[in-house]
Write a protein that binds this ligand. Sequence first.
Ligand code: HEM
Length: 371
Amino acid sequence: MSDLPVNPANLHPLPFQPSFEQIPDDEAQTSQELAETLHSILETTFKDNGHAHRSVHAKSHGLLYGHLTVLDNLPTHLAQGAFAKPGTVALALRLSTNPGDILDDKVSTPRGLAIKLIGVEGPRLPGSEADVTQDFVMQNAKAFTAPTPKAFLKTLKLLAKTTDKGPGLKKAFSAVLRGVESAVEAVGGESPTLKSLGGHPQTHILGETFYSVVPFLYGPYYAKLSVVPVAPELKALTDQHVDFGDNPDGLRAAVNAYFSAHGGTWEVRIQLATDIEKMPIEDASVIWPEDLSPYLTVARIDVPAQPAWNAEKAREIDDGLSFSPWHGLAAHRPLGGVMRVRKPAYEMSARYRGTHNGCPMHEPRPKGQDV
Ligand code: HEM
């Protein structure tokens, strides 16, 4: 095998075949138990706060508006779905951390990024027919902590038991874990389990690269997606330690401080699958090798300077919107067990929030086309 990096023009993406997806007999049962467990988290936090937050990724740190521009002259295999034609669409963006509790930011946990493109064209996914949005829901990791929904259910049941149990304890636990995590990293391996329990390094969220983690259709092919900071001011924040002082919302403050002075630019990159063995669909824990298929740039995100988090935006984006990989084009149908079970889970969580906050979810349309 050659050590030369893959030339994007010579990439041979693998056409998707329905046999790449394998649905286990007990998936419906697992899916139901996942929804029940997530529902129990919603009930607990609603009882404590009197407000319905997302059952995971409850706390937002940046709520932003901007634009996505699809690049000119993309080769045909990259010019698919939402990226089929050059042009610009509006977007909303939500930065979050993964617990279902609203915790002090010193309990440092993995980060999420959800984006919603507003005004995409093309045939739609089931349940999303009336809309014109395309969501991408990402985390700052290249693969999921669990290979299958069933394995994830086990972890989620444990996490659900810790919901609202002593944030003070979680904070102390996290500080200890961070020490352990540094030790694990020093000997060459990162531990996703420790990170998801609160041992994530206390770094600036705007320096992170985010990944779809799990695959989706990319026209006739299948792919993962990443969003990478490219503005020099953003890149300077990668791995930068942030001192939160006594502020429980230190990440929010850091994001607000950044966007009061600067805009931001990210690239959207696509990793097309070229090999079903090395780039599987049903095992969400596999990092697809980038030497075989690198992430290639298809679009740019520009976000102007703006107030990055305030109560008005929290009403609009935290409470008024839901982001789901199942909001979008048929050309980007989510693939694999983890993606399949996300559909009912996200619908249940969004419905609960809409009902309990008296603010039904809506899918936005381009300005002037609101219905
Ligand atoms: C079986 C697997 C999964 C389940 C059951 C699940 C479930 C959920 C639920 C119920 C929500 C809240 C939705 C709402 O109230 O609007 C959510 C949000 C979120 N999930 Fe997942 N998820 C799963 C896998 C993943 C993966 C693989 C990623 C990473 C790519 C991810 C990233 C996120 C993010 C970033 C949010 C917050 C979205 C926002 O800002 O609105 N999840 N998830």
